[in-house]
Design a protein. Structure first.
Lengths: 264, 409
């Protein structure tokens, strides 16, 4: 473990450089440049807000009447965006970097780090704008805001562990890549992001707990839309699951890392 | 620093009859392995001392690129071990992993960072890298629009920006034009002088013989031969033509060189001599003298076509002049068994002072690859001395007529 960390530190300029380059290339030949980083999520939020705010207004009484639903929506959408970006990009990272892996020797673990850093960069940009909006409209949640840090940490560990497992498997069994896109679609709608769990029929509501993302999303929504500290005990299962996935992913990675180059 | 140690190295790829069998093997680790192994390399061992230059040769598919990938660590060995001491710079195939959408400059930064340069160091080295690569303003364009030559120039420039302890080059340099090939080999030579260990894969005989101290021949994944570049290249050439017959022989000559003879034997050289103007056999000739290379061939089977070729080589095995009767438009057709043919090649000795050897080959059409009756290296040796011409140096004798005008001011 220590040698991996040392190797990663030695390659830090590669990691930082890669994140920079990915950001540059995305907006290299465009007129609007980096503003697209904001426009995309903004557009998505606007669409959802317009369609769903009418449906949802009655169901979320405790919220600020003007922006309540938008904030509730953003809390879930933006953090879900971080989760799905990490998991998706990690799942294809070995195949994407096949050329590099075959030509130059470097610590393979740099790739997950680059994926997380890149996704975090995009997240902070849009989330930063969101926080500014909260401050300006007077809806800043106050002290519970700091609870975001541990909850985000759990989210990230969950995402990247899942991503590494999928990434390694995808090299050998390409169905994984195809299947995960579909799974993510269903997963999004099975999580109370756009809606609140209370609109579901009472028979279904207990089943939501089985979805690890539910507790995370509920925590985010609580912090940002209602200014409430998260219910830490509800986060325990997903934290344990993340830790377990983390260990599993590192083991799988170490086992199969050598073979990956032969298959891509 | 700069030692390369390879011990009992082997590499095999797993082949599964179907994806399902692979899944079965993963899920049930205690069951029998259901894959077959395709061995690319088997039992390779050699040591390269610091500062040595080793050439790796072999036909396509012999395992050269796989060997280099194992050396640089991009792939893991199945058996055995590889150890490299010191900083390694490698150019495996063309692009060093260049990303097609990044600009040349961005790719230089990426490759440089992967080679272990820091950010500040790279910025300092950038002008030099640009100057050496000589691709002008293309460096700020995406690499996908580059030609293969430009990619190679940029990759070589980055890989050799700082002198590495070990430099590994895989066939990439062949893509460059003559000017850049000169530049790159000059730089390689300069680094060698300063102590860099070099491992190079090339099909270019001249390159291997002029730069390398040793050569390794890979054949079907095994180390077929290791030794002096000239002997190994001769063996390799003979092997190229001699796939089925396997009748390549190598013998030591009196002065310690290695003579390679190969071929199917349907025709053979029974006498070769250099004759001077007085019809005497000579082994020492003068610069500018008129001589005749006389070769007698005995034919042991009915042959549809017979071509005789010869190649004069210098003492290092570098080709100086070679041709054959096909190029001279005098190949023989329908030669009967039992015939004895005397060939005479008259020429002026336009060579510099030194020792030379002659290799001869009997084959069909214009080269020995199609059908090789006999290939004989070091068939004849002779020396050239300079008695009556003005002193000069070099392999070629190109006497100038000189004129010199003084301009009065």
């Amino acid at each position: 473990m220590k040698s991996t960390l040392q190797a990663l530190w030695a390659y830090r300029s590669f990691i930082i450089g890669s994140v920079q380059r990915e950001f540059q290339v995305r907006y290299q030949k465009s007129l609007l440049g980096a503003t697209w980083a904001i426009l995309n999520p903004l557009a998505m939020i606007m669409v959802y807000t317009v369609i769903f705010s009418q449906i949802m207004r009655a169901r979320l009484p405790g919220l600020d009447p003007t922006f309540g639903y938008s904030i509730y929506l953003c809390a879930g959408l933006l953090t879900w965006g971080l989760f799905s970006e990490i998991a998706n990009r990690a799942q294809s990272m070995f195949i994407e970097h096949a050329n590099l892996l075959k030509k130059i020797n470097f610590p393979r673990f740099c790739l997950p780090i680059i994926v997380v850093s890149s996704a975090l960069l995009n997240f902070f940009i849009i989330f930063g704008i969101f926080v500014i909006f909260l401050l300006v409209s007077g809806n800043f949640p106050g002290w519970p805001f700091v609870a975001l840090v541990p909850v985000l940490a759990v989210l990230i560990i969950f995402a990247i562990s899942l991503g590494i497992i999928l990434g390694v498997l995808n090299v050998f069994f390409r169905d994984v890549g195809q299947g995960f896109g579909i799974i993510l679609q269903f997963w999004f709608w099975l999580t109370p992001i756009v809606y609140s769990a209370s609109i579901l029929p009472t028979g279904l509501q207990p089943w939501m707990v089985l979805n690890p993302m539910t507790s995370l999303m509920t925590a985010f929504q609580g912090i940002l839309a209602e200014g409430r500290w998260p219910d830490w005990s509800s986060l325990l299962p997903v934290t344990l699951l993340s830790a377990g996935l983390c260990v599993l992913s590192l083991r799988l990675f170490r086992q199969r890392a050598g073979e990956i180059v032969d298959e891509i | 620093m700069g030692t390369v140690t390879v011990a009992a190295l082997g590499k095999a790829y797993k082949q599964y009859p179907s994806q399902r069998t692979r899944l079965k093997e993963w899920l049930l680790p205690w069951s029998k392995p259901c894959h077959s192994l395709k061995w690319i390399l088997k039992d390779i061992s050699f040591i390269v001392q610091p500062g040595e230059a080793v050439g790796v040769i072999g036909v396509n598919g012999a395992g050269k690129s796989t060997l280099l990938k194992l050396l640089t660590g991009t792939t893991q060995p199945t058996l055995g071990s590889v150890k490299l001491e010191g900083r390694v710079a490698a150019m495996l195939e063309l692009g060093m992993g260049f990303h097609p959408d990044f600009t040349g400059r961005q790719n230089v930064y990426m490759a440089g960072q992967l080679l272990g340069y820091g950010m500040g160091e790279l910025e300092g080295l950038m002008p030099e890298i640009e100057a050496f690569a000589e691709i002008g303003e293309y460096i700020d364009q995406p690499v996908r629009i580059y030609s293969s030559g430009m990619q190679m120039r940029l990759a070589f420039s980055v890989a050799t920006a700082r002198r590495p302890d070990i430099l590994v080059v895989d066939e990439a340099l062949a893509v460059g034009d003559a000017y850049f090939q000169h530049k790159s080999f000059d730089r390689i030579r300069e680094y060698r002088r300063k102590g860099t260990t070099l491992l190079i894969v090339s099909h270019d005989k001249v390159a291997i013989q002029s730069i390398c101290d040793r050569a390794i021949l890979l054949d079907a994944g095994r180390l077929a031969m290791e030794g002096h570049p000239e002997a190994v290249m001769d063996y390799y050439n003979a092997m190229l033509a001699d796939r089925e017959n396997k009748s390549v022989r190598q013998m030591g000559t009196q002065d310690g060189k290695v003579q390679t003879i190969s071929g199917s034997g349907e025709a053979t050289v029974i006498d070769i001599a250099m004759i001077d103007a007085h019809d005497q056999r000579v082994e020492v000739v003068k610069v500018g003298e008129a001589v005749c290379l006389r070769i007698v061939v005995e034919v042991r089977a009915d042959l549809p076509e017979l071509v005789l070729g010869y190649m004069i080589k210098d003492r290092l095995g570098q080709p100086v002049f070679g041709t054959n009767s096909h190029h001279l438009k005098r190949s023989l057709a329908s030669v009967p068994k039992g015939a004895r043919i005397e060939f005479q090649f008259r020429f002026l000795v336009g060579l510099g002072v030194g020792a030379y050897s002659v290799a001869v080959a009997l084959h069909t059409s214009d080269n020995h690859i199609a059908h090789n009756y006999e290939w004989r290296d070091l068939a004849f040796m002779f020396n050239v001395i300079n008695i009556d011409q003005s002193p000069f140096v070099g392999l070629a004798w190109l006497p100038p007529v000189m004129e010199c005008k003084l301009n009065e001011r």
